[in-house]
Write a protein that binds this ligand. Structure first.
Ligand code: NAD
Length: 254
């Protein structure tokens, strides 16, 4: 699938791994990132970096020139931050995403975007099916679920070809352990490497479905390949998970 791609949020934890994989495939990659949480140092020199905001529609039009597809990962990816900065995070996580859908539809190119497992609410059971009831009870989750609804509307009304991936709890290299919003595996790893005690909040019996970042990258690439295989409007959404529950206490024992 080598060609030119736009990756929004390509300096972030997951986006930078996706960029590495696309470059390894022989693709050209242009990254649009405002470096709000992403790091320039995450990005390989082989990718072109445009520092800017995905809310800037003129810039989006410019950077997508010659691209055969868009991977949209830029977001304020933190539940508490989205609650505190409600309107601002909404303008990035939903309004700018609609801008990207609109652009992809007008260029007739596919877009793969990231949703979130928590659209189902705080469910502890695994596995969770795609058609299970949704309970997006925070600003972040509401915007992620609304993205899926807009992608579906875009398919019906504007011939948009999109693929939404509901990411579960991702872990791997470049996840920032110093962030207060970081994943628990990155935090535990940092504490262990520092020789500090690993503290579990609550009973530790709460379970999560942890997925390695390389598997997320594979899911993104497979979704793009699928969209490139046809010209019909589509708005598929799938879970990207293992189906295995791991409790925080189990994690601590590793
Ligand atoms: P991240 O914070 O490392 O990456 C997000 C990137 O988007 C950063 O590089 C940031 O600088 C950039 N960005 C933020 N606002 C921007 C804006 N207005 N304009 C341009 N760039 C902007 O987060 P991540 O963990 O790599 O998450 C990537 C995607 O996956 C996000 O959409 C997130 O919601 C989703 N996701 C992540 C997880 C997880 O466990 N990490 C789980 C579910 C969904």
């Amino acid at each position: 699938m080598s060609q030119r791609y736009l990756v929004t949020g390509g300096c972030g934890f997951i986006g930078s791994h996706l960029v590495d994989a696309l470059i390894a495939d022989g693709s050209q990659v242009v990254v649009l990132d405002d470096l709000s949480t992403g790091q320039r140092s995450n990005l390989t020199d082989a990718a072109e970096l445009i520092v800017g905001d995905i809310r800037d529609q003129d810039l989006l039009v410019q950077v997508s020139e010659g691209c055969g597809g868009i991977f949209h990962l830029a977001a304020i990816a933190s539940v508490p931050k989205c609650t505190q900065q409600w309107r601002d995070s909404h303008s990035i996580n939903l309004s700018a995403s609609i801008g990207i859908f609109e652009l992809a539809a007008s260029l007739n190119i596919p877009v793969v975007y990231t949703s979130f497992s928590a659209v189902y609410g705080d469910v502890e059971r695994t596995p969770i099916g795609e058609d299970d009831p949704k309970l997006p009870i925070s600003a972040y989750r509401a915007d992620k679920y609304a993205m899926e609804l807009h992608a579906s509307a875009g398919a019906r009304n504007r011939n948009l070809r999109s693929f939404g991936l509901r990411f579960f709890n991702v872990y791997g290299q470049r996840q920032d352990p110093s962030s207060p919003y970081s994943g628990v595996i990155a935090v535990f790893m940092r504490l262990a490497l520092d020789g500090a005690p690993v503290t579990v909040h609550g009973s530790g019996e709460q379970v999560r479905d942890f997925v390695y970042v390389a598997d997320m990258v594979e899911a993104c690439r497979a979704a793009m390949k699928r969209l490139q295989g046809h010209q019909a409007a589509s708005a598929e959404v799938i879970n990207v998970c293992t189906g295995k529950a791991t409790s925080i206490q189990m994690l601590k024992r590793f």
